[in-house]
Design a protein around this ligand. Structure first.
Ligand code: GTP
Ligand code: MG
Length: 207
């Protein structure tokens, strides 16, 4: 996979928008994953209210893409309102915390919630907090769930940065592929006009 080049967001004129959604239980580390990618992991908990947005601009095959990440609040009190943010997600990350069996058992519930609003999104599974010693979810549990229900799967640590770049690269690649596909569907190749001789009016005129 060719490495993506990160661009200053101020130079993102004409970039193609790629919408990414990240869901999962509260405190699994969704916001921390993207803060860490921006180089600012925080140890204290700052729960997301409704939704946070993270923006990255990347270049791939000479084209610019604006990766817009909708970082959805995991707390139940936001369940009704956050549904509105799932529309047109091109790639959806479902996160669990590898030290929390509850968050792991809620993974499919989150996937279903998004799929019920946005059928046509690709799902990527992420097990986060791999730096912690008290891991509850085994590699085989992670792989089994991934094999049955997800296009790709990763394990990460927002704290140490483990696995983050590979995960983000795959998320971007998957979202970009979807965005290009949608663009092509909405703007199919124009049908070429027939050659002038084929539409000659003179040739049919009997007056
Ligand atoms: N050790 C460790 N702690 C982490 C990691 N990722 C996140 N945390 C911590 O977990 C807590 C919750 O992280 P958040 O990123 O706020 O979780 P969230 O999923 O965005 O939570 P909501 O916004 O409530 O949905 C914070 O105290 C983070 O510092 C990780 O990889 N390792
Ligand atoms: Mg958050």
């Amino acid at each position: 996979m060719e490495r993506l080049e990160f661009i200053n967001p101020n130079q993102a004129k004409n970039a193609i928008a790629v919408k990414i959604t990240i869901v999962g239980d509260s405190a699994t580390g969704k916001t921390s994953i993207f803060n860490s990618l921006k180089g600012m992991f925080l140890d204290q908990e700052i729960t997301t209210i409704g939704m946070d947005i993270h923006i990255f601009v990347v270049r791939k095959d000479g084209k610019l893409y604006k990766i817009i990440v909708n970082d959805i609040a995991g707390q139940d009190r936001f369940a009704t309102v956050v549904k509105n943010f799932f529309h047109r997600s091109m790639c959806t990350i479902v996160v669990y915390d590898v030290t929390s069996t509850t968050s792991f058992s809620n993974v499919l519930r989150w996937k279903e919630r998004v799929a019920s609003i946005c059928e046509d999104t690709e799902f990527i599974l992420v097990g986060n907090k791999m730096d912690l010693p008290n891991r509850e979810i085994t590699t085989s549990q992670h792989e089994e769930l991934a094999k049955e229900h997800f296009k790709f799967a990763h394990r990460t640590s927002a704290k140490t940065g483990q696995g983050l770049e590979a995960m983000f690269q795959q998320v971007c690649e998957t979202g970009i592929e979807k965005a290009l596909h949608l663009l092509q569907e909405n703007n199919p190749e124009p049908v070429p006009f027939p050659e002038p001789e084929q539409v000659s009016i003179e040739s049919k005129c009997r007056c």
